[in-house]
Write a protein that binds this ligand. Structure first.
Ligand SMILES: Cc1cc2nc3c(=O)[nH]c(=O)nc-3n(C[C@H](O)[C@H](O)[C@H](O)COP(=O)(O)OP(=O)(O)OC[C@H]3O[C@@H](n4cnc5c(N)ncnc54)[C@H](O)[C@@H]3O)c2cc1C
Ligand code: FES
Length: 348
């Protein structure tokens, strides 16, 4: 199970007026723990105004880079993103959880594959890692990126992407789209149905794509998924990562108390839970150190297995039907239904 370790910030890079990259040097003895697949994320933990705050950030570096890098975009009134952009500096130490996540592009060096990605704003971070890795490791594969931002100035990795494109003119294809700038080399507007159809049926119609990667606001992801399906792209070829969701966590109607036996790090502890609270909240209330990151049902960090009793998840944007049938739940979205329950974080 991934754990937190202390890592020192080696460099802070101002990527755009509202985004910084944090570069961490990984000590040799932790290199294997921090090995990752492009698309995965780490969780950063810091004490801000006396409170422990943890947030997930996709790795924007590539596994073959020496250091690891995340890139944080400032969100209005955001706790961690403002702290990262305005306070963090070289030499600061943060608690960093080892890489995890199911949004992955496993490079296959022997194959000749084609990928299309749709990213908006900070959604570029996992895609950036994928692009660099594919260009470096799959020598014949092609990558098309459709990338939406307010303007070129607000576009993270703008220069790096153009540089990669000039290095790999026949393998990397970039299509920028700006919502607040009219530029000759870019489309105007947001990524919508017409953008997806233009990419698939017009601009890149001669390329047959193996996999599609989507990362950005929920509305963009839903639109792109829908149009890809309309174009007969199978579900298995569409991969997406949500950074946040607008879906409100529905409170279940069950009330009363439950006893939950929690297995984590090979130890079993029993906690008293309120059935109207999420299992994660009950477990954290009892001061148990279980894995979690987003608390919003989008990162999968809190996944655990219900081994006895019943729990339900009124909202589930992440687990497949098979995983749910197998007894897996996201502790931050799940509620105890039966009066007693056993959950296992080690076997999930
Ligand atoms: C798997 C995963 C990977 C992620 N990778 C990145 C990344 O590479 N770069 C990056 O910048 N962020 C990334 N995020 C989002 C990040 O974890 C934080 O949610 C984000 O930085 C905001 O945190 P905050 O503490 O500043 O805002 P909070 O204090 O948590 O929230 C402030 C307000 O902003 C809203 N909000 C929260 N997150 C977002 C968002 N992403 N977009 C719009 N509104 C939001 C909240 O609903 C709230 O109203 C990722 C999230 C997940 C789950
Ligand atoms: S903590 Fe992210 S899904 Fe539960």
């Amino acid at each position: 199970m991934p754990q937190f370790v202390s890592l020192t910030i080696k460099e802070v890079i101002q990527e755009t007026p509202s985004a910084v990259s944090l570069v961490f040097k990984i000590p040799d003895e932790l290199k294997s723990d921090f090995h990752f697949v492009p698309g995965q994320f780490i969780t950063l933990k810091a004490t801000i105004n006396g409170e422990d705050v943890r947030r997930a950030y996709s790795l924007s570096s590539s596994p073959y880079d020496n250091d690891i890098k995340v890139s944080v975009k400032k969100i209005a009134d955001g706790t961690f993103s403002i702290y990262a952009n305005e306070n963090l500096k070289t030499g600061d130490v943060l608690q960093v959880m080892m890489p995890e996540g199911k949004f992955k592009l496993n490079p296959q060096p022997a194959k000749n594959l084609n990928y299309m990605a749709f990213a908006a704003g900070s959604g570029i971070t996992p895609i950036m890692s994928m692009i660099k890795t594919v260009l470096n490791e799959e020598k014949d594969s092609k990558f098309v990126l459709i990338y939406g931002n307010k303007s070129s100035v607000e576009t993270m990795f703008f220069k790096e992407l153009l540089q990669l494109q000039s290095q790999y003119p026949n393998r990397l294809f970039l299509e920028f789209i700006y919502s607040r700038e009219n530029a000759e080399e870019a489309l105007f507007g947001r990524i919508d149905k017409s953008t997806v159809n233009f990419a698939l049926k017009n601009k890149f119609k001669d390329i047959s794509f193996n996999d599609f990667f989507l990362c950005g606001p929920e509305a963009m992801i839903n639109t792109v998924k829908e149009v890809l399906s309309e174009n007969e792209i199978p579900d298995e070829a569409i991969h997406f990562e949500l950074f946040t969701t607008s879906t409100d966590t529905e409170k279940p109607s069950n009330t009363g108390k439950a006893t939950i036996a929690v297995i984590v790090d090979d130890e079993e502890t029993t906690v008293e839970a309120d059935k109207s609270k999420t299992i994660l909240d009950s477990v954290l209330n009892a001061d148990l150190d279980v894995p979690y990151s987003c608390k919003g049902g989008v990162c999968c960090s809190c996944i655990c297995r219900v081994v006895e009793g019943d729990a339900n998840m009124p909202v589930n944007n992440l687990l497949t039907d098979d995983e749910v049938k197998e007894g897996l739940v996201l502790a931050c979205q799940a509620y105890a239904v039966s009066d007693s329950l056993k959950i296992d974080f080690d076997d999930a």
